[in-house]
Design a protein around this ligand. Structure first.
Ligand code: MSP
Length: 511
């Protein structure tokens, strides 16, 4: 039987500056899901990449006195370096300056143009260059961009427009009939809200004389494609539309487009209409997450409050970085980043709860059983209750993670970890050892080891590196490739096999 497929995408990051913590948030979230789906035995395609056209990029390169493509190549390397440091397991990295993408954009434009969905018109109005957005007079005050607050340019030029208005009623109906199309629900309502007012058609071109760093429009030699229209198409050019039919049919429609809340409109309005007009199936779910704020404010270069992901990674490592972002706030809502909160979470969840459970258990296995995994011994009711909790975890975890509810999935894992920690206190193995109650001691140690060996699998999508480290300390001989949920059906640790206690995985951070 062929495997089920699963296709997940991140947005394509702008390359006008180095990556920051917000970019890494989407990336880590998608990586966690991709790893988990692979564990479920699915054939996963995880696509990420960079959005490389537009005036902002051209100007940033100019400001540094670099050739545009050379400037971009350097920034792309930074992104790839960060993804490597964070253990991101993407399957493909698409750059919008690649031929496979440029060709696809040309083909989609031709289809929509031949269908009569793209037309030429005169545009008069206000334009924000940094945001690359047109603003109707009604929406602006004091000639300033409503998004970024910078001065607008008044322009009048010929451009090409995509008929959003033609598809407005269709999209309204589609969203109503498909409750999972836009998530969370409050974002879905926001999109329904946008669709209450008549939509203006979307200007999808920029005159070449004003902007040369863009994709050619096959039927309009004096214009290049508007960067958003270009970038959205990556989701199909990256999985073979128009070039590799087999791969496209295998993976499309995408299961998830994961995005930030600020780019909901292009993804939930323009993109579905572009696909529908081109006769391509809709993605299954567009999930918009919240923002990481610094001290309650948006992070920005000008405010100087950007959290540097490289510094954070160097200081605390990949595991803590990934854990904190996915544990601290509900995916979908905003969160405030602070190093203080980071350390608090690290010390309580990683050092105290998980790290301690591992350390104490292995220390006792060494002390009482010479480092060998004992057999099941004589289980008490309390041991059996912990065993039941282990058995209940996969379903709870799956329910949460399937809905991208990362922190709830972790709460379920930590509930097991903390029950095991309490079990140590209540069953007091040191007293069992003193009283020579060997069969009882075996049972307690064996259920604790079982708890840890199961946790390896549920911690893995969040902290792959830590999970494999724990597996190694437990004496389980597994690598990324063995991370299959099917393994949970059989015994994970053979009695008699040796544990291999290492250095504490999460030493407390002193402030
Ligand atoms: N290039 C477009 C996306 C095109 S997708 C076809 C873009 N790029 S971006 O680099 O500005 O942003 C990429 C993603 O990073 C967005 O999902 C955005 O929400 C996310 N974040 C940027 N800053 C963020 C935070 N401070 N917090 C969380 N995520 C935020 O938009």
């Amino acid at each position: 039987m062929s495997k089920k497929t699963f296709y997940i995408t991140t947005p394509l990051y702008y390359v006008n500056a180095s990556p920051h913590i917000g970019h890494s948030y989407t990336e880590i979230a998608c990586d966690c899901i991709a790893r988990y789906q692979r564990m479920k035995g699915e054939d996963v395609f995880f696509l990420t990449g960079t959005d490389e056209h537009g005036q902002k990029v051209e100007r940033s390169a100019e400001a540094e006195g670099k050739d545009t493509l050379k400037f971009i190549d350097d920034v792309v390397e930074k992104f790839k370096e960060l993804w490597k440091g964070l253990g991101i397991s993407y399957d493909d990295f698409i750059r919008t300056t690649e031929k496979r993408h440029i060709d696809t954009v040309g083909k989609i434009l031709t289809i929509l143009h031949e269908k009569g969905d793209i037309y030429q018109d005169e545009y008069k109005g206000f334009y924000c260059t940094p945001c690359e957005t047109f603003w109707p007079k009604l929406q602006i005050e004091d000639n300033l961009c409503p998004d970024c607050g910078r001065a607008l340019e008044e322009i009048s030029e010929t451009n090409y427009f995509f008929k959003l208005s033609k598809y407005q009623d269709w999209l309204k109906g589609y969203i109503e009939e498909h409750p999972d199309f836009i998530k969370p629900d409050f974002r879905r309502n926001e999109v329904i809200g946008y669709l209450q007012e008549p939509l203006n058609d979307l200007c999808i071109s920029r005159p070449r004389k004003r902007l040369s760093w863009g994709i050619d429009i096959p039927f309009a030699k004096d214009h290049v494609v508007y960067v958003w229209f270009d970038a959205l198409i990556n989701y199909i050019s990256g999985c073979g539309w128009g070039s590799d039919k087999k791969t496209f049919e295998k993976f499309w429609p995408a299961n998830f487009h994961v995005i930030g809340k600020d780019i909901l409109r292009p993804h939930a309005v323009y993109w579905p209409m572009m696909l529908y007009a081109a006769g391509i199936e809709m993605p299954k779910t567009i999930f918009a997450h919240g923002w990481w704020l610094a001290g309650g404010e948006k992070m920005s270069k000008s405010k100087g409050n950007i959290v540097d992901p490289f510094a954070l990674l160097k200081k605390y490592g990949q595991n803590a970085y990934r854990y904190f972002l996915l544990r601290e706030v509900t995916f979908g809502l905003d969160g405030v980043f602070s190093e203080d909160a980071f350390i608090t979470r690290f010390n309580s969840d990683l050092a105290n709860d998980f790290g301690n459970l591992l350390n104490r258990t292995l220390t006792m296995v060494e002390k009482y059983f010479d480092g060998a995994v004992p057999d099941e011994g004589a289980m008490s009711e309390a041991d059996k209750a912990l065993d039941e909790k282990i058995a209940a975890l996969p379903d709870k975890f799956d329910q949460s993670l399937s809905a991208l509810n990362f922190n709830q999935a972790l709460v379920a894992v930590w509930d097991l970890i903390n029950t095991a920690n309490k079990h140590i206190e209540l069953s007091a193995p040191w007293i069992l050892a003193k009283n020579d109650e060997t069969d009882r001691l075996k049972a307690v140690m064996s259920i604790l080891l079982k708890t840890l060996s199961h946790c390896v699998f549920f911690v893995y999508p969040f902290m792959p590196d830590a999970a494999l480290n724990v597996a190694g300390q437990l004496g389980m001989k597994i690598t990324d490739k063995d991370m299959s949920l099917d393994k949970l059906k059989g015994p994970l640790l053979a009695p008699g096999s040796k544990v291999n206690k290492g250095k504490p995985l999460f030493p407390r951070i002193e402030r």
